[in-house]
Design a protein around this ligand. Structure first.
Ligand code: IFM
Length: 484
């Protein structure tokens, strides 16, 4: 009989993670170009819609811009070293369209591509697998002036840019996602106007949605022609995990409407053969769908992809209009920023409620069960391998007298959500990775630098990076391959 050294056995038991993740699971963190790079006017980069929006008085808190951001453009080597020290196995970042193809037309700028070549080389040298997002909201301003996403041509411009990026970087990036949260680009950018370019037309928002979808499909086609067969193509959607306030038929109808214009507007043409009839009916007074969607568009949008990526922060609770709540309150209550214009074309009267009062600094309710439900629903409905490409929370972090940043609330948030991912995996969801939003504190869009999502604190005056206690904890989770 073989005897095991009892001390070694006890140690192994203590070291084994209680909640293990599958081998090869990607342990990542995510960022986006405009939020971290800075160097806004260097090496040929020209303004994006966010540069122009941020300079428009009253659009971004404190007049903050991404001009310098966290200077990642110049400090990427230090940042990648930090990722390696934490043990990240993968890093999701976005390529800046106006850095690669400044006006959205014509050839690529080599100096812009060189930055991404150097970044990806450095990642690979440290054993960190790059995941690139092609569009995280920074449309070249020249294309906005030509009509922006409500114009069909922008979808073709996007596919051309995707091809330029893939030709230059395809040998070193194994996973590509086309769009990040196109719901925000279309409905916050052209509907409520709280995001760039700040337009407020429900019809334009719907047209933008179709052209973002079309751009996704055309880009998938272009990428497939250029990238190696092993490349994995995806899209990152912020699908709304919807719950009715009550069990009444009216509140279920509210869920149906928001599901149509929040979720199925993307997943319909991407995975189910076309736009849902109920969405078209709900919005028929705003756009002529037969004119907007040309023959062949839906097949283009539905080109097969390899992975489906989810960005999840909180669930969305909705109800039918309530006499006691004015519509203006409802618009303020949907978690996407105050505006007199609704980001829900055709369903402006639906009322949004907080799922609970356990809130992050964004005022978003913490409800990790919604992540499990989302992943299981996506697995059931679309049958693709999944990744969580964003999940995280803003809190009021401060550097303590000891020079450390203690962020127990973020640690708790991430722990609960990793448990939720593990639960979804145990129940059959094929989840391949988790990317914490965000690696670094950064420019939080209309909130400027006032909201900190990073697991690494950035002092915006000195650009000093300090891993928060959540980063140290996450590093330990990665080392153990799961949660204790
Ligand atoms: O910072 C954003 C990110 O750019 C897109 N998803 C949500 C994050 C937090 O608001």
């Amino acid at each position: 009989m073989t005897m095991t050294d009892p001390t070694t056995a006890a140690h192994a038991a203590a070291a084994a993670p209680r909640v293990a993740f599958p081998p090869g699971f990607a342990w990542g963190a995510a960022t986006a170009a405009y939020q971290i790079e800075g160097a806004a006017a260097e090496d040929g980069r020209t303004p994006s819609i966010w540069d122009v929006f941020a300079r428009t008085p009253g659009k971004v808190l404190n007049g903050d811009t991404g001009d310098v951001a966290v200077d990642h453009y110049h400090r990427f080597r230090e940042d990648v070293r930090l990722m390696a020290d934490l043990g990240l196995t993968s890093y999701r970042f976005s390529l800046s369209w106006p850095r690669i193809q400044p006006t959205g037309r014509g050839p690529a700028v080599e100096r812009g591509l060189d930055f991404y070549r150097a970044l990806t080389d450095t990642l690979l040298e440290h054993g960190i697998s790059p995941v690139a997002t092609l569009y995280h909201w920074d449309l070249p301003q020249d294309l906005e002036e030509a009509g922006g996403w409500p114009v069909r041509e922008t979808a073709h411009r996007f596919a051309e840019y995707a091809a330029l990026a893939a030709s230059a970087l395809g040998d070193r990036i194994p996973v590509w996602t086309t769009l990040n949260e196109p719901w925000c680009s279309a409905f916050l950018g052209y509907g409520s106007g709280v995001h760039a370019p700040g337009r407020t037309s429900p019809a334009d928002a719907l047209k933008a949605a179709h052209h973002l979808n079309l751009g996704h499909g055309l880009a998938v086609g272009a990428l497939r022609e250029i990238l190696p067969a092993s490349a994995q193509l995806s899209v990152s959607l912020n699908l709304h995990l919807l719950r009715p306030l009550t069990d009444t038929p009216e509140d279920h109808e509210a869920v149906r409407r928001i599901d149509a214009v929040g979720n199925r507007v993307w997943t319909g043409p991407m995975f189910k053969g076309g736009y849902p009839e109920d969405l078209k009916a709900d919005t028929a007074h705003l756009v002529d769908w037969d004119d907007l969607v040309r023959p062949g568009d839906e097949a283009e949008i539905g080109r097969p992809i390899d992975l489906l990526c989810l960005n999840y922060y909180n669930p969305t609770v909705v109800s039918a209009p309530r006499a006691e709540l004015a519509t203006a309150d409802a618009a303020r209550n949907d978690g996407h920023g105050a505006s007199d214009h609704s980001p829900w074309p055709g369903s402006e009267e639906i009322v949004f409620h907080l799922a609970n009062d356990d809130l992050t600094a964004m005022g978003w309710p913490i409800d990790a069960g919604g992540l499990t439900d989302s992943l299981l629903g996506m697995q059931r409905d679309f049958g693709l391998p999944l990744m969580v490409t964003e999940n995280g929370a803003a809190f009021e972090d401060v550097v303590g007298p000891d020079g450390e940043v203690h962020d127990p609330e973020r640690l708790r948030y991430v722990r609960l959500h990793l448990e939720a991912v593990a639960e979804a995996i145990a129940a059959g969801a094929d989840v391949r990775g988790y990317y914490l939003w965000s690696f670094l504190d950064n420019f939080e869009w209309a909130y400027g630098y006032s909201k900190r999502f990073g697991i690494v604190h950035v002092d915006y005056t000195t650009q000093r990076r300090t891993p928060k206690s959540s980063a140290t904890w996450y590093s330990e989770v990665i080392r153990r391959g799961g949660l204790d």
